[in-house]
Design a protein. Structure first.
Length: 140
């Protein structure tokens, strides 16, 4: 095999790799799973994936999706999970953790999430006062 043949094989291999990465990327994007800074690399039947999601569940679905594509033997998961930031809330007169939870999460029974996120500052869920700042974590 001459130098020209080797160069053509390398070019074909690079083109095949680029096509494979483009196909994998389109499959992932069509899934609706949000991945920031998505980057996929392929080496034969092994795929390495980089990026970040906001939930472990989305990350796992993403890796499984790639791993179940024909011709992919393994997925090297280099993704990270970035929790959405909490918000801060100033307690108003008449507020309870239950009504804050209802407004924020749609379920008053999630008051304990707010209570736990503000310990040890809060000693009891019923002991909040106007003007007090609370950390309200995001949940999915």
């Amino acid at each position: 095999m001459g130098k020209k043949d080797v160069a053509n094989d390398v070019a074909d291999s690079a083109a095949e790799k680029a096509n494979k990465i483009e196909l994998l990327t389109s499959v992932v994007k069509s899934s609706g799973i949000c991945v920031d800074d998505l980057s996929i690399d392929s080496d034969s039947d092994k795929v390495t994936v980089y990026g970040s999601t906001t939930s472990t569940s989305d990350k796992e679905k993403f890796v499984l999706m790639l791993g179940n594509i024909e011709g992919i033997a393994s997925v090297d998961d280099r993704m990270s999970v970035v929790d959405p930031p909490s918000v801060f809330y100033e307690v108003k007169r008449g507020d309870t953790l239950s009504n804050i939870a209802k407004a924020r999460y749609g379920n008053s029974m999630n008051y304990n999430i707010i209570f736990e996120a503000n310990q040890p500052m809060l000693k009891h869920p019923d002991k909040i006062y106007p003007g007090q700042m609370l950390r309200i974590p995001n949940i999915d």
